[in-house]
Design a protein around this ligand. Structure first.
Ligand code: SF4
Length: 391
């Protein structure tokens, strides 16, 4: 196998307010005049603009958003639920997506053409989605072709990926998955060819955790493709032997939790239940009591007995809201240090006010538009997910 050109990954995030890179998740400058964060009338201004927009606007709030933003959300949820909620509100001309860039792209793909999706701060990207650039993934496909395995490979891409990656997935006969349906998606993928392999993008941890813990594959069935190394750092034989080819990407929030965090909280809180997201590392997940998506985490805490103790390994805004909503249960954050999604947190009240007031004045700002061809193939991959059994 000849070495294939290795393209460096762009630096994870652009500094806020510097440069523009509309084709990536890295974030771009916010072009408007933001209200000052110290403006004491921000809440009143947001309310007035929201009231003026009425049913023309539908505000979506991801679970990891700040409280000050969630307060204005018409609906809350994970990325896929929110995109579907938007598609079910065709009367809303403006979809204000308080989330990150890839989520707004998905909403644009799933909503009708007369609906316009607005991301209040264009700098709200996702570091995980940015770890798989489309040019790197196209290069990886060439590596798979050179190794003689591409015909057996079915791509499965996590919802947390750019529209370009979703489109790649659709073009190559794969499917999108969420953290709730990853097992179903992988099961489907392995049924598509007699010797099927899965290329799982971009979160190695969700791919590994699902394949090993839910499908019964071994760790040896999994290899990690590193886009920074020639041929992904793998030999043709390794690619031929693998069942799961995991892209070397991770979530900068969930990837921070460690087995030591689990050991520490068990020592500190006798009888504690450790509940983590499947984007956490394999040794964290295998040492936890329960593993599941954000929606699963919320449902589990809601159903827990009064007096029970929980250490939760997911984004801090959500954990704090759960603790506040369930004072009868002891809910702690799994890590000792603060662990917000810094890109998600870029959407704050000044940016929301900026977006809502602009829309109320008839100016559409920070609109997210997906290229029609990219949107078509992304939709093919998303529709495949919707056609999976039990979805
Ligand atoms: S929590 Fe992780 S996956 Fe989600 S938006 Fe933030 S960096 Fe991306």
């Amino acid at each position: 196998m000849t070495d294939v050109f290795v393209e460096p990954t762009p630096s994870a995030l652009l500094l806020l307010g510097r440069n523009r890179d509309l084709a990536s998740e890295r974030g771009v400058e916010c072009p408007g005049d933001l209200p000052a964060a110290s403006d004491p009338d921000l809440v009143a201004r947001a309310r007035a603009a929201r009231d003026a927009l009425g049913d023309d606007a539908f505000i979506l709030g991801h679970h990891y958003q700040r409280d000050e933003v969630i307060e204005f959300a018409d609906v809350t949820g994970d990325s896929f639920k929110l995109a579907r909620d938007a598609a079910n509100r065709p009367g809303a001309q403006y979809i204000v997506f308080c989330g990150v860039h890839f989520m707004a792209e998905s909403a644009d793909i799933l909503t009708a053409s007369h609906q316009q999706v607005v991301l209040p701060d264009l700098a709200a990207g996702c570091s995980m989605a940015d770890m798989a650039a489309i040019s790197q993934v196209e290069t990886a496909w060439e590596v798979l072709e050179d190794a003689g395995v591409a015909a057996d490979v079915v791509p499965v891409s996590y919802m947390n990926s750019s529209a370009a990656i979703k489109s790649f997935t659709g073009r190559h006969g794969g499917t999108i998955c969420t953290s709730s349906n990853a097992k179903t998606a992988l099961t489907w993928a392995f049924e598509q060819r007699p010797d099927a392999k899965v290329l799982f993008l971009p979160d190695q941890h969700l791919g590994r955790n699902t394949a090993v813990l839910q499908l019964g594959l071994s760790l040896d069935d999994c290899v990690v493709y590193d886009p920074h190394k020639p041929n992904g750092g793998l030999t043709a034989q390794q690619l031929r032997d693998a069942k799961m080819i995991l892209w070397r990407g991770h979530c900068s929030v969930h990837g921070r939790f460690s087995k030591e965090n689990v050991d520490d909280v068990r020592a500190a809180v006798p009888g504690v239940n450790v509940l983590v997201h499947p984007e956490c590392r394999h040794d964290v997940v295998t040492n936890a009591d329960l593993v599941g998506s954000t929606e699963f985490i919320i449902r589990t805490i809601e159903a827990a007995d009064a007096g029970s103790s929980w250490a939760v390994g997911t984004e801090l805004n959500l954990v704090r809201r759960l603790a506040k909503a369930h004072p009868d249960k002891q809910i702690t954050f799994l890590d000792k240090t603060v662990c917000y999604c810094s890109t998600m947190n870029r959407i704050d009240l000044p940016h929301l006010v900026y977006a809502l007031e602009s829309l109320a004045a008839g100016r559409v700002v920070n609109r997210i538009v997906v290229d029609p061809d990219v949107a078509h193939w992304s939709r093919v991959a998303l529709d495949q997910m919707l056609a999976l059994p039990g979805i």
